[in-house]
Design a protein around this ligand. Structure first.
Ligand code: GLN
Length: 539
């Protein structure tokens, strides 16, 4: 697309949240990428937070971390998994970040006496983020968080409206998702909420180019006609997206709907042939029922929704598809075992599972329970995968198992001399502050003759981080006595990145988050190895 201007696609949502704007945006990006376009994705969130790092995972779900250390909304995880491309800070725009920038500019005198206003200053600042993120790309897909009609999203919506005029309507496409509910009592689909939402969008000056009808039912022709009529769109611009069995089916549904040629025409670019062979191969695996099922216990803290551990779950699923087994997992509330001194209860629990995962987390609740889970795995040769906090708890478990009963971490006891997991000095007074953890990509050198090396099949890797705690260097020499060894180190700081069990079928844990770099069709080696060990454990 030499000399072509960048084409921008905005994805908005109406009626209610949770319709799948993120998956739709990611799927569209996948379809452009499958045609060899250079595509980027961006998420705008109306929260006044500067980033997602300080949001409670209980309500907001996982905080996804990019390679350059941005703490972002979980949709960026979907984006990366769909297009298999590492994103950066510029892909995540939270309202607080933009407002902070405007206020900092005002203080720096950059507005030269102007009254600083939402329109045009804030809206222009938002547009600068669109422009910056799209540099070097041909297609920029931008998801606007929240629901049209919310007071909160107005600045973003006004921004995208103005932007269409600035870059030219032929360089801009508005995709609007609406919910079309099915009423069981009368057995019919209802379009009224969708009608209201399109009216709302129009009232702020945005005329959708594509309307996506989300429903738990296939949209019938009369309903499509109705949607086309009131939205002023041709029938070919209405896309029906019924609930999918797997989110990874959505790109194929969109491709097969025939909407892509319409999008190309509206954006005045030439369509290309898509190559979705690999993706389709992956889908056949996803839809297959295998003979064997592996059962994983996830010893977790945030149990209100699975979104909190979405990258972990997607990495596990991908590894199960890769190993051709069915996955069954259960979230276990680790805090239930904090006080529980009866090891028979753990034994009873783990009798139902083939392996244990302790994922990342913050705060004290559930830590003792997680230590017990890791210790159980270590003592009983049960496969264990520890992710960040899961590694820290594994080190404590090994120390206690070897007789150092006081072994603890900075989170459990900030005064103890026996912090086998401690913080770096520069973290001491920053516990609740935003953007101050060890974040993003760091290198790791993997030692020879280790499980980690066997899985990676290379010595130097880069993985993503989000933590304050580290293996306390004072105790690293004790590890072998504790039945574990450090198998990966950061070359610049000498910090421990990976530990593993000695003479254990699979006891592996990392200070980084391997789940963040896992892909549905290219699972992370740690997860592949973990699932394999569960299969072997059964034999
Ligand atoms: N709370 C621990 C730390 O800050 C672990 C963090 C995590 O699991 N992401 O080091």
């Amino acid at each position: 697309m030499a000399n072509q201007p960048v084409k921008y696609i905005f994805v908005t949502g109406g009626v209610m949240s949770g319709l799948g704007k993120g998956i739709t945006a990611a799927s569209l990006a996948k379809l452009f990428k499958s045609r060899n376009f250079k595509v980027n994705l961006q998420k705008c969130d109306p929260y006044l937070n500067v980033d997602a790092g300080t949001l409670n995972p209980k309500e907001h779900g996982e905080c996804f971390v990019t390679k350059d250390g941005a703490e972002t909304d979980l949709d960026l995880g979907h984006y990366e998994r769909f297009i298999d491309q590492e994103l950066t800070q510029s892909s995540s725009v939270m309202a607080g970040r933009v407002i902070l920038k405007v206020i900092q500019d005002e203080r720096a005198g950059k507005y030269e006496g102007d009254d600083v206003q939402i329109i045009p200053h804030l809206t222009r600042a938002i547009q600068e983020y669109f422009l910056e993120a799209s540099r070097g790309f041909e297609i920029q897909i931008i998801e606007i968080g929240g629901t049209v009609g919310d007071y909160e999203s107005l600045s973003f919506l006004e921004s995208i409206r103005e932007f269409g005029f600035k870059v030219g309507r032929e360089n801009c496409l508005y995709v609007h998702l609406v919910h079309v509910p099915f009423l069981n009592t009368s057995q019919e689909l209802k379009t009224k909420p969708a009608q209201n939402s399109v009216r709302e969008l129009r009232s702020i000056g945005i005329f959708p180019d594509v309307l996506v009808a989300r429903s738990d039912h296939q949209i019938t022709q009369p309903i499509k006609d109705k949607l086309a009529l009131f939205s002023g769109l041709k029938l070919d611009s209405i896309l029906s997206l019924p609930d999918a069995k797997s989110i990874y089916e959505v790109p194929i549904t969109i491709e097969e709907s025939g909407i892509m040629p319409v999008i190309f025409q509206k954006l005045q670019i030439k369509n290309k042939k898509s190559d979705l062979d690999d993706w389709k191969k992956m889908l056949t695996k996803i839809n297959k029922k295998f003979d064997q099922t592996v059962k994983v216990a996830i010893f977790a803290k945030y149990l209100d929704n699975n979104d909190t551990y979405i990258s972990v779950l997607e990495a596990l699923k991908a590894a199960a598809w890769y190993n051709q087994v069915n996955l069954s997992f259960q979230m276990i509330d680790a805090s239930k075992y904090d006080q529980d001194a009866n090891s028979n209860n753990l034994k009873k629990l783990f009798n139902n599972f083939d392996g244990i995962i302790v994922p990342g987390g913050f705060g004290v609740r559930g830590l003792e329970g997680k230590i017990k889970a890791a210790r159980y795995a270590l003592e009983n040769n049960v496969p264990y995968l520890g992710l960040c906090l899961g590694m820290q708890m594994a080190v404590i478990a090994a120390a206690r198992n070897a007789g150092l009963d006081q072994a603890t971490s900075f989170e459990l006891n900030d005064q103890s001399k026996y912090q086998v997991i401690s913080t770096m000095n520069d973290q001491l007074d920053k516990m609740m502050t935003g953007g101050t953890m060890r974040l993003g990509d760091y290198n790791c050198h993997v030692l020879d003759q280790t499980l980690a090396k066997k899985l990676y099949r290379q010595s130097d890797i880069i993985e993503r981080h989000r933590h304050r705690g580290e293996c306390n260097q004072v105790f690293v020499n004790e590890y072998e006595k504790w039945g574990i060894k450090a198998s990966g180190f950061n070359l610049d700081s000498n910090l421990v990145e990976i530990i593993e069990g000695i003479n254990h079928p699979f006891f592996l844990a990392s200070q980084f988050h391997p789940e963040l770099k896992s892909r549905p069709n290219r699972p992370h080696p740690f997860f592949v190895g973990f699932i394999k060990s569960l299969i072997n454990n059964k034999k």
